[in-house]
Design a protein around this ligand. Structure first.
Ligand SMILES: Cc1ncc(COP(=O)(O)O)c(C=O)c1O
Length: 484
């Protein structure tokens, strides 16, 4: 068991359950049970949580207790609820399905494959000149041993300056350079989380973060994001207060995969709630540079931190190039020293030459990032246009930044669609990859990091196989497809 949902919280998640389309034909208890199943399948209601007692939910929904009793009975019969007399009822999926959320995402060497599994851009043209300039700088470092566990000072200064420019005064001794954001996350987990510790994550979330957490044998609880609205403040704060996790891992800027941007007011409340319950926050700022449509960014989450509760991580991969393998941690200076001590036992330090390349790219940040934003906006719009044309039943919330959109499909077919798309040369990352336990089958992440023509072509091929899936017979709600 990882927690419990209170009656008022479940009532909020259930929303307009009694007025769903086609509802008039089914009794109340069936509509209630069906909505709970939908919430489970979409990852908005976590698995393994205790549902409110029947009386409590009946009061919260202002319906009779017999309706709730019948709904719970039906959920038990369909395998969505396990009950123990006197102890309560826990959410589950039929047949105890679980899906591995880890997996290799490296594209195969297949030139014809349109790879929508990886959400990252090709290198910007300025990369080559930055690399050449870096080799010119290298001699300055060659007389030393070349090990800089916290990173070379020039890069730490450049990263610290960027935080300061975002309104968060930062000194270089608060920065540790890492080999990518993923490495930053792994190091922070090594320092801050004992094996088996509890961590709250968003659902859906970044799959490789789940892999890093699995590596620490973390016990994970989830906060389900609403497809259109993102974080639900009271539910998120309620989860923090109830589960009191050791850590929470959040992606507040253009969340991967949903593209949502956390508003300033929630940032402030999350930091306050985390401090009150003793939770440390890992804030992944991978996409912070990539806002579009003139969207103003709220202050960094760490702005609201007075007690060194917030550790921010970020890197070069999304605005610049993943192949550079440069990321960083922003924390208090003592935390950085502790992280460096951990790091020495892992990989000692990051390559000096790559760090010098990063310094040159950051010196040209304004121009490079401006180009990236324009490129991404064009590609996003091409993807949205192709979807509207070829798959008009799919629903998407237009992301105002980042590199991905989170499509709500016309059925729980994401894994089946990914398998079929592979046959026609499109690699997809299906919804369940972004959650736990086989949920999120109704969703698909679509990155807009490929050129517009490739995105249009990919959507055409996806639409063709989607149509074939229908002819082969629709998947049903109660049989979530599993990838192992
Ligand atoms: C949210 C998030 N965090 C971390 C990473 C990993 O980034 P890096 O290549 O810097 O390790 C990614 C890459 O997709 C990401 O989307």
């Amino acid at each position: 068991m990882t927690g419990q949902v209170r009656g008022v919280q479940l009532a909020r998640l259930l929303g307009q359950w009694h007025a769903l389309p086609g509802r008039r034909r089914s009794p109340d208890y069936a509509a209630l049970a069906g909505t709970v199943r939908g919430l489970l399948a979409d990852g908005r209601l976590p698995l393994g949580v205790r549902l409110p007692a029947e009386r409590e939910l009946a009061e919260a929904l202002r319906i009779s207790r017999t309706t709730v009793t019948a709904a719970y009975r039906q959920l038990r019969e369909t395998g969505h609820l396990a009950s123990r007399r006197g102890a309560g009822s826990w959410t589950m999926l039929p047949g105890n399905h679980r899906v591995a959320s880890t997996g290799l995402w490296t594209p195969l060497d297949d030139r014809e494959m349109l790879d929508l599994g990886v959400a990252a851009l090709a290198a910007p043209p300025q990369l080559l000149s930055a690399a050449r300039a870096a080799t010119e700088d290298l001699p300055r470092y060659l007389s030393g041993a070349g090990y800089h566990p916290t990173g070379i000072i020039e890069l730490r200064e450049a990263v610290a300056d960027a935080y300061t420019a975002r309104g968060l005064p930062t000194s270089p001794d608060q920065i540790m350079v890492t080999s990518g954001t993923q490495h930053a996350l792994d190091l922070v987990l090594r320092l801050a989380l004992a094996p088996g510790g509890t961590v709250l994550v968003e659902s859906p979330t970044y799959p490789n973060a789940l892999a890093a957490l699995a590596g620490r044998r973390a016990r994970i609880t989830t906060h389900g994001l609403a497809a259109d609205a993102g974080w639900e403040p009271d539910l998120l704060l309620g989860s923090l207060r109830q589960t009191r996790p050791k850590l929470a891992y959040l992606i507040p800027e253009f969340q991967n995969p949903t593209g949502h941007l956390m508003p300033a007011s929630l940032r402030e409340r999350v930091v306050a709630a985390a401090h009150a319950v003793g939770t440390d926050l890992i804030i992944d700022e991978s996409f912070v540079d990539l806002s579009m449509d003139g969207t103003e960014l709220p202050p960094p989450v760490a702005t609201y931190d007075r007690h060194s509760r917030v550790v921010s991580i970020g890197g070069m991969s999304k605005p610049y190039w993943g192949g550079l393998r440069i990321g960083w941690v922003r924390a208090s200076a003592p935390q950085v020293q502790r992280l460096a001590a951990v790091r020495v036992g892992v990989d000692m330090a990051s390559p000096v030459l790559d760090q010098l390349v990063a310094v040159h790219l950051l010196a040209d940040a304004e121009a490079i990032v401006a180009d990236r934003r324009v490129q991404l906006a064009v590609q996003r719009d091409a993807l949205l246009g192709a979807l509207a044309h070829r798959l008009p039943e799919w629903r998407v919330t237009v992301p105002r930044g980042g590199v991905t959109l989170w499509a709500e499909l016309d059925g729980p077919v994401s894994s089946a669609l990914a398998r079929a798309a592979e046959e026609v040369g499109v690699r997809l990352a299906p919804g369940p990859r972004f959650g736990l336990d086989g949920t999120l089958e109704r969703f698909l992440r679509l990155p807009f990091t490929l050129p517009a023509a490739d995105l249009v072509e990919a959507v055409g091929r996806i639409a063709a196989v989607r149509y074939d899936l229908d002819r082969a017979g629709r998947q049903r709600w109660r049989e979530p497809a599993v990838i192992a």
